[in-house]
Design a protein around this ligand. Sequence first.
Ligand code: HEC
Length: 133
Amino acid sequence: MPALCRILPAFAFFLIITGTAAAQDAAKGEAVFKRLCGTCHMVGPDAKNRLGPTLNGIVDRKAGQVPGYAYSPANRGSSVTWGETELKTYLRDPRGFMPGTKMLYAGLRSDADLADLLAYLRRFDVEGKAADR
Ligand code: HEC
């Protein structure tokens, strides 16, 4: 019995931790975005093109569509649609996926960071309105 008393609280704690982690994907993704993408990209209603284009509504959109942004020929000429798989492959190794892209970014290797980041980006529609989660 004493053993069970020690195991049960630990198990409950484990459930709380994993439950919270799943619920906070987009929140973690926001931190990843700010840390790794925010110097060059913006999202949200007031987003402007910086070194890179705004990323509002990027998930499932065709590449090279942001008005007023001067894309590289490699991006503009690609027939990529940014589904989750394409985004993950690009972000792991931008120039490996799209040779000639002018996104000079070394690549994000962490599967967890990529998943959180996409959960965050997926929230923004093309106008930069964020869906409630
Ligand atoms: C050093 C600046 C820089 C950083 C950091 C950076 N990017 Fe980019 N990104 C660019 C540039 C420049 C382009 C335009 C690429 C082109 O035209 O070839 C781009 C293009 C993109 C595109 C294609 C957009 C479209 O409309 O086709 C996506 C998606 C993207 N970046 C996502 C990200 C994400 C997510 C991160 C963070 C993990 C990130 N980028 C980090 C500069 C950057």
